[in-house]
Design a protein around this ligand. Structure first.
Ligand code: 6R9
Length: 648
């Protein structure tokens, strides 16, 4: 496929914190002397006890540990709040935009946020929450979600944020796994004009076995819906924080004390509780946020993720607030009340940095340029993407139609497990290539290995591993350290296995090809599902595509494609043939699609990831083996695909 390079914009580079020269120099330093590099960067944080021990990690299984800043002490909430009060007390910390555009936005200053966190932290202590206790947060995208996270951090409680779209069963599993003592929820959530019965879901979840550790449920009154309160378990949030002092003495935490657990679904089995700790995580979230987004004091920064997702943890709450930034928190969805909403919010709040997911970009691209072009977007200076490989077609639309070629696009590769961004362009330093996450961040040593674990040099394609630790790395799977070692460190001994496939080109730029279990092996040739999808989406009539492998008598695996057409396009036999020919032409004869199914919708998690596991089973015509579909955003999508497959 053709590769275009978009050189660093000299005007952007002129004022950028990191340039090509400083990146090259500092990256080399970060690899040559990680202890010196990270000891210096650690000074970004306010420590109670400054660490003298830096990186003590070792991936060798006989002496395994991930450990950073082990003799340091700090508190995350004071780093995100107190230390800004003198210089940024009146600056907006959280700019909240509600689901309904005609309702007022909220500008919460650092001073006000500090007070709100202090009151809740005091209330939690009064309710018996102690350092190390687990608190589950099941809230919509409202400021109380950030307040709750920071209040836990202030007193050393470990939070587990569960995405508000998860079902009672999923919530119950997560409550039980970590023995949560307290739940913070709301009467209801709102998204795109719809109501989500959060409190009712908590009531259901607490009827499930294993959730008996929950003593208290705090309920934020958000929509005002009538919800049954079960005394003494259920308490109104407003009532418990009322009368609490704003000041709350922070707990001095060791750098390696847990900060949070975040559950993430593996390809199989029950969700893993990814555990992050205090010092390394906060340093890595804040430092990557400052560098990758070239953060300036007057930026208005907006990440559209949900706080129930790691992107919301690192790049709505912890990174931006540790950096003293203004972070936008959006309750709604991109298509409510219409497809201009993102761009309208950007104009309304003069957003300068915008960070979203490829799936949202593709969905909006499908609606054409008009909803974008009727807005100004003049405030924007930088765009970012995260969550999945972005096909060059969507990248270009984002760059040209949304950013009008003025704004660099940073395609940031990372994982829940990594805590922060590991591979990404730095906007003042890195030449951009649509579809490539480009270069490793400071201190990150990516490598490509073949199936036997041999490290590949130069331009190559293989499995992506990391050769050493970085401060934001997860420390364990909560309650199951053996699973942590098995999942990430046994496949390629001595390195962390990401589960992703990746190509490195002649320039040394990295192209993530998707999860390795999503690679299709056709007649001995490896084809990334993302590659075929990208080719399909490059066709002007295609809105979105998902590709999986399925068993094929002769080739080993065949290619099965699910295709969503643009609004107004109709499926036909002629179009099917045209698309198959188009992909062969884009990639080569090896990319012959064996089966192309029209898909009015694709099965996605609530964070927007296509669930290929389900698509593989449908492709194999094994609809009774779909497995757990509880994390789907819209289960009806699957029923439709199964019916069509059966009737085909
Ligand atoms: C942050 C986040 C992690 C998986 C990861 C990879 C995919 C994320 C990507 C990307 C290509 C990017 N992924 N960012 N693939 N380019 N810029 O998404 O965490 O939900 O744990 O997902 O997402 O496959 O392994 P998480």
């Amino acid at each position: 496929m053709t590769q275009t390079k978009i050189p660093v914009d000299p005007a952007f580079a002129a004022t950028a914190q990191i340039t090509a020269e400083s990146y090259a120099r500092d990256y080399a330093h970060s690899i040559a002397d990680p202890n010196e590099f990270w000891a210096e960067k650690a000074q970004r944080l306010d420590w109670i006890t400054v660490p003298t021990r830096i990186d003590e990690s070792n991936f060798a299984l006989d002496d395994f540990r991930v450990r950073w800043f082990a003799d340091g002490e700090l508190n995350v909430a004071t780093n995100c709040l107190d230390r800004h009060l003198a210089t940024r007390g009146d600056k907006t910390a959280i700019l909240w935009e509600p689901d309904e555009p005609n309702e007022p936005a909220q500008h919460i200053s650092y001073r006000e946020l500090h007070a709100r966190v202090g009151r809740l932290a005091n209330a939690l202590r009064k309710l018996g929450i102690r350092q190390g206790d687990r608190v589950t947060i099941y809230l919509p995208m409202i400021p109380e979600a950030a307040v709750a996270m920071l209040a836990c951090a202030r007193i050393g409680a470990i939070h587990s944020v569960v995405f508000g779209g998860f079902s009672p069963d999923s919530l119950a599993g997560r409550l039980a796994d970590c023995d949560s003592k307290l739940v913070i929820t709301a009467d209801e959530g709102r998204r795109g004009g719809k109501r989500i019965p959060l409190k009712a879901n908590v009531d259901e979840a607490l009827k499930r076995p294993g959730t008996t550790a929950v003593e208290t449920v705090l309920v934020v009154r958000h929509t005002g819906a009538a919800v049954p309160m079960q005394m003494p378990r259920d308490r109104w949030y407003e009532a418990v924080v009322e009368g609490q002092p704003d000041a709350c003495a922070p707990t001095a935490m060791n750098a390696e004390d847990p900060l949070f657990i975040l559950y993430t679904s593996g390809s199989t089995g029950k969700p893993k509780g990814v555990l992050h700790t205090t010092g390394g995580y906060l340093l890595f979230a804040s430092y990557t946020h400052a560098c990758v987004f070239d953060l300036r004091e007057d930026d208005v920064y907006w990440c559209t993720a949900d706080v129930g997702w790691v992107t919301g943890h690192s790049y709505i709450v912890y990174g931006p607030l540790a950096n003293g930034a203004t972070t936008v928190m959006f309750e709604g969805v991109p298509n409510h009340p219409d497809h201009s909403r993102f761009w309208d919010v950007i104009d309304k709040h003069r957003v300068t940095i915008f960070y979203t997911a490829p799936t949202a970009i593709r969905a909006l691209m499908r609606e054409g340029a008009a909803p974008v072009q009727r807005t100004s977007r003049a405030s924007l200076r930088l765009l970012g993407t995260v969550g999945e490989p972005i096909n060059p077609e969507a990248w270009r639309w984002y760059h040209e139609t949304v950013g009008e070629k003025r704004c660099p696009v940073v395609d940031t590769w990372w994982q829940t497990e990594t805590g922060g961004i590991l591979i990404s362009p730095l906007p003042g330093a890195t030449d951009l290539k649509p579809g490539s996450a480009t270069r490793p961040f400071f201190g990150i040593r990516p490598a490509l290995v073949d199936a036997n674990g041999a490290i590949l040099d130069g331009a190559a394609e293989g499995n992506l591993v990391l050769l050493g630790s970085w401060p934001g790395q997860m420390r364990t799977v909560y309650g199951d350290h053996a699973r942590f070692l098995d999942t990430y460190f046994r496949t390629y001994p001595g390195s962390y296995f990401t589960g992703d496939g990746c190509r490195r080109d002649e320039d040394g730029d990295y192209w993530i090809t998707g999860r390795v279990d999503d690679v299709i092996n056709v007649s001995g040739h490896r084809i990334g599902t993302a590659e075929v999808e990208s080719a399909l989406v490059a066709h002007p009539k295609v809105a979105e595509a998902a590709v999986v492998g399925f068993p094929h008598d002769i080739k080993g695996q065949g290619i099965y494609a699910y295709v969503t057409l643009n609004a107004g396009e109709n499926p036909s036999e002629a179009l099917r043939k045209e698309l198959i020919a188009f992909v062969r032409q884009e990639i080569g004869a090896i990319a012959g699609i064996d089966h192309l199914q029209w898909a009015p919708g694709l099965p996605k998690t609530r964070s927007g990831k296509i669930m290929r596991r389900i698509l593989r089973k449908i492709a194999e015509n094994l609809p009774d083996q779909l497995g757990d579909i509880s994390t789907l955003a819209d289960p009806a999508v699957v029923a439709n695909l199964v019916r069509e497959r059966r009737d085909a």
